[in-house]
Design a protein around this ligand. Structure first.
Ligand SMILES: [Zn+2]
Length: 593
């Protein structure tokens, strides 16, 4: 009785409501610092821990965002300074005692314009949340508000965050946004400046598009094309969970691709990408990032959300998240009418030849490539070609195989789209969580009504070349093996500063046997001075077994090296349509032209 009484008595005190308010200011964009204030009310503990994420979800590399934070200060409700102690690379502890209100202030240097980092100058500001906003340890689930104070000449703020009715009206005024938890706050990129904006409707979803930077786009054409692409993506799933969706596009000198968010994406593209020669590449990027709103943001491995922002989040399934998305970014281009079926087969053939023609494809499985993304995919070196194969291309290749298998098995009544819908319903809608590696395989087996161990052992955990001929013949595509043994040296060179520099060496090649290293300057072959062109011509004139004498310079020391040409067979495939009118072929690409 007593215990119950005490509990009942204590309940009201447990129901205190902590609140969190952020303010983002940028009074001097020329110094590239965002000023952040966090106002924390009614937190009970005498000490609070605030942290900065070390990575940006969707980009699997520890980037140590806290290296851009110079100091952290905190004051109580009486403006009295509170002790702040840095306790880890991305963690600060605030001795708040009994204070009811704590204000935490810090500046973040933002001068890296990429889709996963933040930037500020006099032309605009871009916030990738995980590189700007701290969270309170143990309180990521708290909802709150964000006040954006734009620089005086910045008139427009674009973000997928919900705008609060409490915003101050008028150009350049403070806008208040709400978020339901920290994950949503940092999954919502913010573009602040004087960018162009346009809107379009597709499949019941309202889209806003922010375009920063001088570029050769035609806004009316973009509306038409982005509507078609987003509609084709929505058709795959038959529904779109977003009522509103935001594109933030940075037009720059060196575009770097895109980053997905739950209700938005950020694209970084070359400012002349809208010219006819490159435009399809842009639309394919739109398709890729948009497809992610389902695949990875909602259909996802269990490790990818809720995120651990403090360290690597390992999953073996990036080949499904990125690979299947890469498969669809090309497939949607055919379905939406931008690629002919011949274009498409050429692209698929290119992907497959890239994967199976690479030495690294025999070393690294797609599951390992996924797991090691953190230390390998984002950190390539001169030996990567020998040891790695990207989960993007190999995952896309496996998606194409599965699609053909499903279409054949269900007699052109079902395709990979239906498996994607199945994953969406089973995990995102019903279980409301991600899947484990085993659950993914089980889901595929349930959907297919057959054991898939062989497929997973050979092609997901193994590195075996698939039987393309047998699989693609089911969808009326003839695959011809084109690999044949040829004389090979196994090194690539490039002309740099008037010198011929070795750029890569294939494992087990004649070049490796000779003792050449990447970075060596190649001076002469068989007594003749060479540059990149004459070297390539010289090598292609040799037959297997022929003797080569090389003069190279390494660290300014001249070396004489010898080797013999060897034989190498690079696997290759040619894709040919057998009967374009075939029902399964048509069903696969949904294209008659
Ligand atoms: Zn992607």
């Amino acid at each position: 009785m007593k215990l119950l009484f005490i509990l009942a008595f204590c309940l009201p005190t447990l129901s205190f409501a902590q609140s969190i308010k952020y303010a983002l200011k940028m009074p001097k964009p020329q110094n590239h610092y965002f000023e952040v204030e966090m106002e924390l009310r009614d937190f009970k503990a005498s000490e609070l821990t605030v942290k900065m994420p070390v990575w940006a979800p969707g980009s699997y590399l520890v980037r140590e965002f806290s290296r851009h934070v110079n100091y952290v200060k905190a004051v109580d409700e009486n403006n009295k300074e509170l002790k702040v102690t840095k306790t880890a690379k991305n963690e600060w502890k605030i001795a708040k005692g009994k204070s009811k209100k704590v204000k935490v202030n810090y500046d973040v240097y933002a001068f890296e314009l990429s889709v996963r980092t933040s930037f500020l100058d006099l032309s605009h500001g871009f916030v990738s949340g995980s590189s700007v906003f701290f969270y309170v340890d143990g309180f990521k689930q708290l909802s709150g508000t964000l006040d954006v104070h734009p620089y005086s000449s910045f008139k427009t703020i674009t973000t997928p965050l919900t705008k609060s009715a409490e915003s101050v009206q008028g150009d350049g005024a403070v806008e208040r946004f709400t978020f339901t938890n920290y994950d949503e706050l940092v999954d919502s990129p913010i573009e602040i400046g004087n960018h162009e904006l346009f809107y379009f409707q597709s499949g019941g979803t309202h889209h806003q598009v922010a375009l920063y930077g001088l570029a050769n786009y035609d806004m009316e054409q973009l509306k038409v094309d982005m509507e078609k692409i987003t509609a084709a993506a929505t058709d795959v799933f038959g529904q779109n969970p977003c009522k509103e969706y935001t594109f933030i596009i940075h037009n720059v000198i060196n575009g770097q691709g895109g980053l997905e968010h739950a209700n938005a994406c950020v694209l970084s593209v070359n400012r002349w990408t809208y010219s006819p020669a490159e435009y399809n590449g842009f639309l394919s990027l739109v398709a890729h990032e948009y497809f992610h709103l389902w695949n990875v943001k909602r259909i996802r491995p269990i490790e990818l959300g809720p995120f651990n922002y403090d360290e690597e989040n390992y999953t073996t399934l990036l080949w499904v998240m990125e690979g299947f998305t890469s498969y669809y970014d090309e497939l949607l281009m055919v379905r939406a009418g931008y690629y002919s079926k011949e274009d498409y087969l050429r692209k698929l053939q290119g992907t497959i030849n890239y994967v199976e023609g690479s030495t690294g494809a025999r070393v690294q499985s797609v599951a390992h490539a996924s797991f090691d993304a953190w230390i390998k995919a984002y950190r390539p070196n001169e030996n990567s070609g020998n040891t790695t194969m990207t989960y993007y291309s190999r995952g896309a290749m496996l998606a194409s195989l599965l699609d053909a298998m499903i279409i054949d098995k269900f007699d052109a009544q079902k395709c990979l789209d239906h498996f994607m819908r199945y994953l969406y319903d089973e995990f995102y809608v019903k279980k409301k969580r991600g899947f484990t590696e085993l659950e993914f395989q089980e889901a595929l087996e349930t959907f297919m009504g057959q054991d898939m161990d062989q497929f997973f052992n050979d092609h997901v955990y193994g590195t075996k070349i698939p039987d393309f001929k047998s699989v693609f013949s089911k969808v009326a595509v003839n695959v011809v093996y084109t690999g044949k043994p040829a004389a090979s040296f196994g090194a690539s060179v490039a002309q740099e500063g008037g010198k011929t520099i070795v750029k890569s060496i294939r494992s087990g090649s004649a070049a490796e046997e000779a003792g050449i290293s990447v970075g060596d300057e190649l001076i002469a072959c068989n007594g003749i001075r060479v540059d990149q062109n004459t070297f390539d011509n010289f090598i292609s004139s040799l037959v297997a077994g022929e003797y080569i004498e090389l003069i190279v310079a390494r660290e300014e020391i001249v070396l004489n090296l010898q080797t013999k040409m060897t034989t190498y067979e690079r696997p290759g495939f040619r894709f040919e349509t057998m009967t374009p009118s075939n029902e399964k072929f048509y069903y696969w690409l949904r294209s008659l032209h």
